[in-house]
Design a protein around this ligand. Structure first.
Ligand SMILES: [Mg+2]
Length: 195
């Protein structure tokens, strides 16, 4: 049985937040050690326009410097070899961000033909459109929205996504756990389709 696996990029495939944190600390002259709120205007106590211009001015570095999350490339490769389909769904968007993202995928030998850039819109539409069977994200809002349409979600643990999880969302602490959880979901699907 082959599966369609949906993956977020920042905080899931790309270890982006340590880079964001370091650059934001440098820019604002702070020494914050963890991003415990997804809304970084709250973490750094700055206004949204200011943060947006920081991101616009530094997008090249912010999106090209992150390393892949440990274990991500190996697991994605094993899924591709097992003939599963992988769709990357990211809130990134716009020509510049898309170009930087494609270059990053090329650098790490990731498939560049299945990246959906939502530009911040809900991920539920591409999840439905591409028949995604399981989705991995680190942003609680995305996890809740996707689980609400009946698609199982694995939430990559982060300081900004703590809290109780509803049915259909499972917290994972690393890529090894993600690999095992996807395998479990796949086996269950195989069993129920054999009935
Ligand atoms: Mg993310």
């Amino acid at each position: 049985m082959s599966f369609v696996i949906g993956l977020d990029i920042d905080g899931v495939v790309a270890d982006s937040f340590p880079v964001f944190l370091e650059e934001l600390n440098r820019h604002y002259g702070k020494d914050i050690t963890k991003i415990d709120n997804y809304d970084m205007t709250k973490v750094f106590d700055v206004d949204g326009d200011d943060l947006e211009s920081f991101f616009n001015e530094n997008v090249e570095y912010l999106f090209s410097a992150p390393k892949p999350m440990p274990g991500a490339l190996e697991t994605i490769d094993s899924w591709l070899r097992a003939k599963h389909e992988i769709i990357f769904v990211t809130a990134r968007g716009g020509d510049r961000e898309e170009k930087i993202t494609l270059d990053w995928f090329e650098k790490y030998n990731l498939p560049q033909d299945k990246i959906i850039f939502t530009g911040g819109l809900s991920k539920t539409f591409p999840v439905k459109k591409y028949g995604i069977n399981v989705f991995v994200d680190d942003f609680m809002t995305n996890a809740l929205e996707i689980a609400a349409i009946g698609v199982p979600v694995l939430l990559m643990n982060a300081p900004y996504n703590q809290g109780k999880l509803p049915h259909g969302v499972k917290r994972c602490f690393n890529w090894e756990e993600i690999r095992c959880c996807v395998q479990d979901i796949l086996l269950k699907a195989e069993k129920s389709s054999a009935k």
